[in-house]
Design a protein around this ligand. Structure first.
Ligand code: CIZ
Length: 341
């Protein structure tokens, strides 16, 4: 016997609009191997989400690590944390739905306290953000007085509030180089701390935090991914130092996006980062050849088109991001300072 559980119910929709929506989805998603039946299954949801967004004044922001049905089906703005944080300040709508992990939504709220910021489901953990508390940062500052504290964007508002400046993978190098001090506290990513020490030549005091997705990439795994010697390799700064040392380029997904935009038809690229970003690139740059990294962030993948649908239909308080105002104001200084870079 087969029991098919019910998916969320949606009101009946105009058949013509539904057909157009299926075609729109298929145009993009077929590049990743989606067939028409798969697009038919999600089209009622993406169509309804896009209608509700307009009716309710909601903007959907999605991190590049989200699945392609969210990115190409319903997102208004897609990018890395830096791009999302910057674009969030230009939004007219009162309500933002952030498809990503919780610290990303907190960053949007830090910059836009007057907006209602929601996530498809709360508790989207991040091994980096969960590795350190505000109290840990206070102790580090006592131990290393005078050293400026740079926190990676993958941190809670409480940790940002204890830091001098925030950074993302796109601007970490520039920010550390801009500081007068030769010794910098960089937290919480140990791999990134070591990589940035090597790149900038500064003394970096770091923390034992890892992105489980990037840290799981070992040189053995990289060898297996590197089947073609003509592929350009570009590793995310969250990867282990031995990976960074063995590739052609390093940086964040913002830098990777720039490389894709500047590449010529037929170029072969292996981005060593979360697979969702590679899927996005495959659709946006169909003339380039991207190898798969098979690196999956399970926290990011817990959002899906159904959880997005449910929250857009019913903006429940439990999915709303709320921050203590004192903490938010302190964190704002660190995040605002980052936006200049
Ligand atoms: O900066 C971000 O959004 C993160 C966490 C990674 C990246 O490079 O997109």
């Amino acid at each position: 016997m087969v029991i098919v559980e019910e998916t969320p119910k949606i009101p009946t929709q105009d058949q013509e609009k539904l057909t157009e929506e299926i075609e729109r989805l298929y145009t993009n998603l077929s590049i990743l191997g989606w067939n028409i039946e798969a697009c038919e299954a999600i089209a009622p949801y993406t169509l309804r989400i896009n209608t509700l967004k307009k009716e309710k004044g909601i903007k959907i922001l999605a991190h590049s690590y989200q699945t392609a049905d969210i990115i190409f089906g319903v997102a208004d703005i897609v990018g890395d944390s830096l791009a999302l944080a910057k674009r969030a300040t230009e939004i007219e709508e009162d309500t933002i739905l952030l498809c990503g992990v919780d610290f990303m939504a907190e960053t949007v709220k830090i910059l836009n306290p007057e907006k209602n910021v929601f996530v498809p489901s709360k508790g989207r953990d991040c091994t980096l953000a969960d590795s350190i508390t505000g109290e840990d940062v206070r102790k580090l500052k006592e131990k290393h007085p005078g050293a400026p504290v740079v926190c990676y964007v993958n941190t809670t508002a409480e940790v940002k509030a204890e830091s001098d400046i925030c950074c993302t993978s796109a601007n970490a190098q520039k920010i550390i180089e801009s500081l007068e001090s030769d010794t910098v506290i960089y937290l919480p990513d140990e791999n990134m701390g070591k990589n940035l020490a090597e790149i900038t030549g500064k003394n970096i005091i770091t923390w034992r935090g890892y992105c489980r997705t990037h840290h799981a990439l070992t040189t053995n795994r990289l060898e297996k991914l590197l089947k073609d010697p003509n592929v350009k390799t570009f590793a995310h700064l969250e990867c282990r130092p031995e990976i960074i040392q063995s590739v052609d380029l390093h940086g964040g997904t913002g830098d990777m996006n720039k490389l894709a935009a500047e590449s010529s038809n037929g170029d072969k690229i292996l981005f060593l980062t979360e697979q969702g970003f590679i899927d996005r690139m495959k659709i946006e740059y169909p003339d380039l050849k991207f190898s798969d990294s098979h690196m999956i962030c399970v926290s990011m993948k817990r959002n899906d088109i159904f959880s997005v649908y449910k929250i857009v239909e019913n903006l429940t308080l439990e999915n709303k991001i709320e921050l203590d105002e004192e903490i938010r104001k302190k964190a704002y200084k660190a995040v605002k300072r980052m936006l200049k870079y």
